[in-house]
Design a protein around this ligand. Structure first.
Ligand code: TXA
Ligand code: MG
Length: 342
């Protein structure tokens, strides 16, 4: 299969590109498209065979439920039941935006394999003009996970999608780089109070300012399986081992010296201000303490590390406020919990 890339531009009428995407989707095919968080790989959420193609293209475990993307807030009632009042407040304040809400699902509407074995469904309205236009032209909900091969970092550019899924999908709608850069926050609305199953682009502070305190999924090892199954898989893993390291220029320099003495080549992901001369590769991900920039650039930097022949990757940590919680969650997953200490 040839993979086509169509660039769409907000200032132009791209009706032909959208029409091609809609035609493929209506026939049960998959299309990659930009959202404000990361690129998604979409298929008609009501068509079981179409949804099956997502799992095949990604190599995704079939027990991991997909998020349903909708183009208007009103649609949520078609796919979910028992929507609590606090959810209405969140939808009012945060949609469109990087917040996925998990509800009890309405029986018999969304294809079974979107939420395999689950009585719930995760729904979000993406805040991206291309995604919203596509949903509007299609007039139907899209099941869409991130458009990476399973286990790779989520794509924040069309060419990341191409690198992973070339030859496996017919079309990528290219809307440029995504803005947020980490995936949506997944919030379970079936618990009281609601539970954050995955930290993401919508910050805990923002959510709590609207509905008060929320729970966080327990991270104690050995406890029951996470309720967002996606969180249990090795994710975002670069090809070389990645270690989280303190945000301190001299500690990084020392670490590089130790690794060099051991014959290792080192790639470093860190703030714009550091750029240690000794690093074999340095990938800056924005001004120091700018967590939004860090979120926006992290996956691209991890992919850049994969293009080097570094033996080891060091990535600087950030504090947990704001989107920092999501950034550290992804970094710790990429590191598989490893920290470099002197
Ligand atoms: O920002 C995003 O959320 C992106 C864009 C494309 O929308 N999508 C995304 O999808 O990250 P995916 O499939 O890579 O991650 C979805 C996460 C997984 O951890 C999955 O387990 C969880 O959401 N999830 C989906 N539906 C769920 C449900 N009904 N109950 C619990 N967790 C659910
Ligand atoms: Mg994903």
């Amino acid at each position: 299969m040839e993979t086509e890339i169509f660039s769409v531009d907000n200032h132009m009428d791209n009706i032909v590109s959208y029409q091609q995407a809609v035609d493929i989707l209506k026939k049960g095919g998959v299309v990659a498209f930009p959202t404000e968080t990361v690129y998604g790989l979409g298929a008609l959420a009501t068509d079981e065979q179409a949804v099956q193609r997502i799992f095949e293209a990604k190599g995704r475990p079939s027990d991991n439920p997909l998020i349903v993307h909708i183009g208007t807030k009103e649609e949520v009632d078609k796919y979910a039941v028992d929507i609590p009042e606090v959810a209405n407040k969140l939808m009012e304040a945060c949609w469109p935006g990087p917040l996925t809400l998990v509800f009890h699902k309405r029986a018999g509407v969304i294809a079974e394999n979107v939420t395999p074995g689950f009585q719930t469904v995760g729904i979000r309205m993406p805040d991206h003009p291309v995604a919203l236009r596509l949903l509007k032209e299609l007039g139907a909900p899209l099941a869409a996970p991130s458009a990476n091969r399973s286990g790779k970092p989520s794509p924040t550019e069309a060419n990341h999608v191409y690198a992973d899924l070339q030859g496996r999908i017919p079309l990528i709608v290219d809307g440029g780089r995504t803005g947020v850069g980490v995936e949506s926050t997944v919030l379970d609305m079936t618990t009281v109070p609601p539970t954050i199953l995955r930290p993401g682009g919508m910050t805990r502070e923002m959510i709590e300012s609207i509905i008060g305190p929320v729970n966080a999924e327990s991270k104690t090892p050995g406890e029951e399986a996470p309720r967002a199954p996606g969180m249990k898989y090795a994710h975002y893993a670069p090809e070389s081992p990645l270690f989280v390291i303190e945000l301190d220029e001299s500690i990084i320099s020392e670490a590089i010296a130790i690794l060099h003495a051991d014959g290792k080549k080192v790639a470093v992901i860190g703030p714009d201000e550091f750029v240690p001369a000794e690093a074999d590769w340095y990938f800056p991900i924005g001004p120091i303490h700018d967590q939004n920039a860090m979120a926006a650039n992290l996956y691209h930097a991890i992919r850049q590390c994969d293009q080097t022949d570094a033996d080891i990757i060091l990535a600087t940590e950030t504090d947990l406020g704001g989107v920092g919680e999501a950034v550290m969650n992804r970094l710790n997953k990429a590191a598989d919990g490893k920290r470099f200490s002197l």
